[in-house]
Design a protein around this ligand. Structure first.
Ligand code: UD1
Ligand code: UDP
Length: 380
């Protein structure tokens, strides 16, 4: 049996690894174990509960206002023990968080093969996003197998002289997850969402990025405030990240404003169904940029660059940056101009077809010679 140890620690990694872990668990030739660093605690547990995942190892490292070094050191040290105990043939990490980087480094120090899920995303700007851009490049240097979600991400890896044989285009596992969550009859559990008037136009907002904390996040909140003041038929729903540095700013500016609902993080089934009933999405999140296009929801990205250019090319996503005037102007165009809205509201799926996890599992079987044929790359 191939012993696979999946390592993750934050909400988005858990959402995107959950479908893969389910597939690995069902495969007779794979012994699948899970280690969570718990870089996030409540937000991770919410995902583990909703997908009914249990961790074989839980490093429980989260601290309030943790620094990047705190996370990296604690995860690296804890993982050393876990890898010694689990003796995996392959460690899997996802994406670009501090946990991803520590997981990759731990696998290298212990000379274990590494598979990188969601490989090859790049802005080539080392501080945007920070520290994700460098995390994924460093992990790319360590990984033995690169599961690139798109051909664009494969091209980035080839440009960095990564061997073509080690790169597989699989689609993004987030689309696998999305396929299991959307339900047109869905009834919300969150008390605020139960009360929201969905006949109004809903703007879904999330923002949490480290480089946006401070003035950019203040600008974002001020733009939201202005939208609310000028559009009375709009309701803003903003599930606010648990980071106190985010919450202080957001509640400080938007707390108790008419038309703005600030809620705690909601589970991913609630989130996907909320997105499905929204008019537009304003976000600096990576995952939302991938999910919203497949639901045909226009996205204004609250960043100046993105490592996910595919949906911009298809016209469903626009970069709005973090200046108040720009965000407000782009949002008003979508709210005022039906044609402009229709141009952006196209359901597209450049990020996957719902079978990314199956492909990744097949790549593992191929690597360890349980399968003869190289899995066929995903094409949109
Ligand atoms: C992390 C990732 C980022 C990812 C994001 C997803 C790094 C460096 N950053 O950023 O790439 O996009 O997760 O959300 O890996 N907190 C809680 N409870 C939780 C989660 C967080 O209280 O369940 C608070 C803690 O005070 C914690 C702080 O939020 O110290 C920040 O968490 P951290 O994981 O360091 O950074 P994120 O901004 O969440
Ligand atoms: N999400 C969620 N509940 C929330 C906010 C986001 O389930 O209250 C989901 C969202 O649908 C996406 C993922 O979390 O799948 C994105 O996580 P986040 O924005 O924290 O991280 P990023 O994608 O930017 O790394």
């Amino acid at each position: 049996m191939i012993k696979v140890l999946s390592v993750f620690g934050t909400r988005p990694e858990a959402i995107k690894m959950a479908p893969l872990i389910k597939v690995l668990q069902k495969e007779k030739d794979i012994d699948s174990k899970v280690c969570v660093t718990a870089q996030h605690r409540e937000m991770l547990d919410q995902v583990m509960d909703i997908f009914q995942l249990t961790a074989d190892y839980d490093l429980n490292i989260m601290e309030e206002k943790q620094s990047l070094s705190d996370i990296t050191i604690h995860a690296l040290k804890g993982l050393e023990e876990v890898i010694k105990d689990a003796q995996p043939d392959m460690v899997l990490v996802h994406g670009d968080t501090a946990t991803t980087f520590a997981g990759a480094l731990a696998s290298y120090y212990n000379k274990v093969n590494l598979g990188h899920v969601e490989a090859g995303l790049r802005t080539y700007n080392k501080y945007f996003p920070y520290p994700e851009e460098l995390n994924r490049r460093l992990v790319g240097a360590i990984a033995d197998l690169h599961f690139a979600p798109t051909f664009g991400s494969k091209r980035n890896l080839l440009r960095e002289n990564i061997g073509e044989n080690s790169i597989f285009v699989t689609g993004n596992t987030v689309i696998d997850a999305l396929k299991t969550t959307i339900n047109k009859e869905y009834e919300f559990k969150d008390p605020t969402l139960k009360m929201v008037d969905f006949s109004k136009r809903i703007i879904l907002v999330t923002a949490h990025r480290r480089e946006n904390i401070g003035e950019p996040l203040e600008n974002i909140c001020n733009a939201i405030n202005q939208i609310c003041e000028n559009y009375k038929d709009v309701e803003i729903i903003y599930p606010v990240h648990m980071n106190p540095k985010v919450r202080d700013v957001v509640f400080g500016i938007l707390g108790n404003k008419d038309g703005v609902h600030l809620i705690d993080p909601i589970d991913v089934v609630e989130m996907h169904n909320l997105m499905d009933r929204s008019f537009i999405v304003l976000t600096d999140s990576g995952g939302l940029q991938e999910e919203a296009p497949s639901l045909g929801k226009p996205v204004l990205v609250l960043r100046s660059e993105t490592e996910r250019p595919e949906a911009i090319e298809y016209g469903t996503v626009k970069l709005a940056g973090t200046k108040m005037k720009n965000i407000y102007t782009l949002a008003s165009i979508l709210l005022d101009d039906k044609n402009e809205y229709e141009k952006m509201a196209n359901a597209i799926n450049p990020y996957g077809d719902g079978y990314a996890s199956e492909r990744i599992k097949d790549c593992l079987l191929y690597k360890f010679r349980y399968k003869k044929e190289r899995p066929v790359d995903f094409r949109p």
